[in-house]
Design a protein around this ligand. Sequence first.
Ligand code: ATP
Ligand code: MG
Length: 231
Amino acid sequence: ENWEPLIGNVEFEHVDFYYNEGEYILQDFNLKVKKGQTIALVGETGSGKSTIVNLACRFYEPTGGRILIDGKDYKERSQNWLHANIGYVLQSPHLFSGSIKENIRYGKLDASDEEIIEAAKIVNAHEFISKLEKGYDTEVGEGGGMLSTGEKQLISFARAIISKPKIFFLDEATSSIDTETEAKIQYAIDNVLEDRTSFIIAHRLSTIRSADVILVIEKGKVIEQGNHHEL
Ligand code: ATP
Ligand code: MG
């Protein structure tokens, strides 16, 4: 396998997609993100924002068209390569059965305990983890068990921090998150976005405004595009 270093250009080229045969969510969707750029996706609920992120992370594949990373169809890359180069925090964050430590380490399998704690500190997750009786060794159970959505997102951020991906996708949770966790997530976002190609679906106007390009999505199509001065 060719482990050529990733540059970080991402392109959706005439992408079609449906979950149920023929019920198109995206049709001829086109998008170009250059290395280091931050793209914010905004649009009403059900417009297709998470679908775009899930395709970009390859949880699903286009039913038509292609998604290219540095000019090459991502289907030609191995899952391991994608895993090593792409970080994500999803709307419904998934944790694996195992400890919190193992869940963070999933971002970089040879990470030391110190690296894991350091990553958790950067995203402000260390505090709540330390308060748990078993701390980093707390078993979260399939799907994350007793942790809140916000806490699961923070663990996902820590995972993304240690893997240092060139490409990062963020689909902020919409479910109720308390203000304290919300502030921590904001802090994590500011730390993670630096210097990466990022797709973000965020709630805070300030996060969206700082994006290089804002795409307004409606029914799976880009209906407006520009930075916050232009829109
Ligand atoms: P929100 O702002 O609520 O998160 P969204 O813009 O992220 O919405 P998507 O989750 O991408 O929207 O959903 C786009 C469309 O695809 C919706 O009509 C939704 O019902 C449908 N959809 C999403 N996930 C699935 C799925 N797993 N199976 C079938 N349909 C789905
Ligand atoms: Mg969504």
